[in-house]
Design a protein around this ligand. Sequence first.
Ligand code: ADP
Ligand code: MG
Length: 319
Amino acid sequence: MEFRLIERIRARTMQGREDVRLGIGDDAAVLAVPVGQELVAAIDSMVEGVHFPVGTASADIGWKSLAVNLSDLAAMGAMPAWALLALTLPQAEPAFIEGFTEGFAELAQSYRLALVGGDTTRGALTVSVAVHGFVPPGQALTRSAAQPGDVIFVTGTLGDAAAGLHCLQANVQSSAHGDYLIGRLNRPTPRVQAGMALRDMAHACIDVSDGLLADLGHICVASGVGAEIDASLLPYSSAMLGLFDDVSARDFALGGGDDYELCFTVPAARAADTQANLARLGCGGTRIGRIVEGQGVRVRDAQGHWLDAVRRGWEHFSV
Ligand code: ADP
Ligand code: MG
């Protein structure tokens, strides 16, 4: 890429970190993992029209491409440190890169995350971000540690991003509630602090990127357990409840994606503590069900009846 543009990205995203021995500008970055920590690495790609709607603002694309990766680090309980960015652009449009860098840098700054390198190529708009973070040895959270009897929690509220996408696609008349939901789609908040706090509270953890049923299903498969959800306990934003009825909200929460909240399990004896800790962190945590012996995720309605996944159109999401 043109030197001037890379220099702009570099100036906006270097954080003056000691552990970046050599950042953007050479053939590769040289990074020092702190003594006594394990390195946690993740990468996620976003393709225009698949992972974000055509026409999404460049600053939102920048924010979201980093946010989805930070969410993966959060789900592992890791503290973010560094990122690499591979940008594929139809043309080298300075205004796009400027906006993208702004959104990316805004989120990166709040974690002192340094962009230490990348690559730029021409093609259909695609953004790949790799992130690296640290965790004390053996303390990374995994999908495979859920145990029967654990309480299932989620941070924040569910279904907002899917409801926001619905507002965009159905051309729902614009409103403060609609704007909030679309904001949740375009600028998800990775639960980094919560993830780190959960290191010594949670058994299993995952971030909700494909919808609660799918992602909790991954915990169940990896842990060799089943899960029971009480639909009446699912947490919704006031924007969701202002625009949609209970059944739509439930469908967005169970089947919709892109929320980037954490879903995790804790021993029943730690549930009250966990709830208090997450309330202190601001995102809040809500108990939504429990882990049982067996397999698969089942959802119960307020009357105690099991919901029929096939009839509701969630069969695609069940394990
Ligand atoms: P090379 O051909 O050696 O890979 P590049 O011209 O691709 O060199 O990159 C030059 C420098 O700019 C490298 O340090 C690389 O990491 C960095 N860089 C290139 N593109 C990006 C990008 N999109 N974001 C961040 N750094 C980038
Ligand atoms: Mg290169």
